[in-house]
Design a protein around this ligand. Structure first.
Ligand SMILES: Cc1ncc(COP(=O)(O)O)c(C=O)c1O
Length: 411
């Protein structure tokens, strides 16, 4: 069982006072807080062995290289991937998806081909495909979201796959609805229709065990900063056979084997995709974040988030004028509670929460097609939970919601 009081002690920011109040951080879907173990590992790098990797034939560069590679090994193990050569470090999940759309897409998508995504995607899994479709004269199709269950519409999914798309790119967990899609089943269906699969794991890998081997997706993308690690580092994971056939997108130092005046050859995997000096401290800190998640246990983290989500929803039951968007079934819902309150704009809701010292996000959450066409709203407010949140913080959020209702004369 997760001992939340013990966990909280590892996160220094949770003790910092702002206007006399400790912060109640309910915005981990945007970015997560960092435990002292990650902060210390990054600081240790700067203090003791700051150097460039791969290049120096001296001790501290060898140490930095070892630590950087070791973090890739940890990332590979975390998702049950093969060797670290399948782990390409990018800036973030967005960068990873863009790499697939631009490199793999450039080779594999042609005029009239179909690309399939869903209405519940983050912009990072929409815009790269829009651009690719435009460049190639391909067709971008959407699987619609069922407005009563907040899950993917089965009929629309089947129709989308009937077009034999070249790729089906979908999110594992929606950052607005919290809906967890059955990645293994969807991947199987897509493969049967002849499509490659890109799984957006930005909101799933930080919160539950994700086994890419079992799921079978061709690509998975996720971000370190959403899973206790530093910003500026993300993962694109794909099989060696797939990565070998892809061209690098960014070229220059480190990603080459040899450079002649008019021709170059590429470095081995994964370095072929990592041109220039990488985010060494980010990679090393990410390794520490993975160590921390493993120490706590992703199954316990998932259970803790289910309990908090259940507690939040039960605490808010019967609140007049309050609307919660997302599946009722907790087994297919992440620790995300998006909501609106009659007459109150989500930005006003977030401002009132802030006066309580509670950080939540309000807006379209980089998922405009979902918020606008499915929820039919300009914006929603969102609370999102992680391993360091507790029931007392949920109680504070409930009080803040009551205050919003009082101010706006709701209910
Ligand atoms: C579902 C989903 N996919 C992708 C992203 C993009 O992540 P990043 O901004 O780290 O690239 C996010 C970020 O919120 C997300 O929630």
């Amino acid at each position: 069982m997760l001992e939340v009081n013990k966990v909280r002690k590892d996160f220094p920011i949770l003790d910092v006072m702002y206007d006399g109040k400790r912060i109640t951080y309910l915005d981990s879907a945007a970015t997560s807080q960092k435990p002292v173990q990650v902060i210390d590992r990054v600081s240790e790098y700067y203090r003791n062995y700051n150097s460039n990797i791969h290049r120096g034939i001296y001790k501290i560069s060898e140490k930095a290289t070892e630590e950087y590679i070791s973090s890739k090994e940890k990332a590979a193990k975390l998702i049950n991937s093969g060797s670290y050569s399948e782990i390409v470090y990018t800036k973030n999940a967005t960068d990873a998806i863009n790499l697939v759309a631009a490199s793999w897409g450039n080779k594999n998508i042609g005029k009239g081909d179909h690309i399939l995504i869903t209405e519940m995607e983050h912009h990072s899994n929409i815009v790269p495909w829009q651009m690719l479709a435009e460049r190639k004269g391909a067709v971008l199709d959407y699987v619609s979201v069922d407005k009563s269950t907040y899950t993917l519409d089965e009929q629309s999914l089947e129709m989308g796959l009937e077009n034999n798309p070249k790729i089906f790119a979908f999110t594992h967990t929606s950052n607005v609805l919290g809906t967890i899609n059955d990645a293994k089943r969807l991947t199987k269906m897509a493969h049967k229709a002849g499509a490659a699969v890109l799984l957006d794991g930005a909101q799933s890998v930080p919160h539950m065990k994700v086994d890419v081997n079992e799921i079978g997706a061709d690509f998975i993308a996720f971000s370190s900063h959403k899973m206790l690690g530093p910003a500026g580092i993300g993962v694109l994971r794909a099989g060696r056979d797939v990565l070998e056939k892809m061209d690098p997108l960014i070229t220059g130092g480190d990603m080459i084997l040899s450079v002649e005046k008019h021709k170059s050859t590429w470095n081995s995997l994964p370095w072929k995709f990592e041109a220039g000096t990488p985010n060494v401290e980010g990679g090393i800190g990410f390794g520490a974040a993975i160590d921390y998640l493993n120490m706590i246990g992703l199954d316990d983290i998932r259970r803790h988030e289910i309990e908090l989500t259940k507690y939040a929803i039960e605490s808010l039951e019967g609140e007049k004028g309050l609307h919660i968007y997302g599946p009722d079934r907790l087994d297919i819902k992440g620790g995300i509670v998006s909501f609106s309150i009659d007459r109150a704009h989500p930005h006003d809701i977030a401002t009132i929460f802030d006066s309580f010292g509670i950080a939540i996000r309000a807006g379209h959450h980089c998922a405009m097609p979902l918020v606008k066409s499915v929820l039919e709203l300009p914006a929603v407010a969102r609370m999102s939970f992680y391993l360091y949140n507790d029931e007392e913080e949920v109680d504070q959020a409930v009080q803040a919601i009551k205050k919003v209702k009082e101010i706006f004369h709701v209910g």
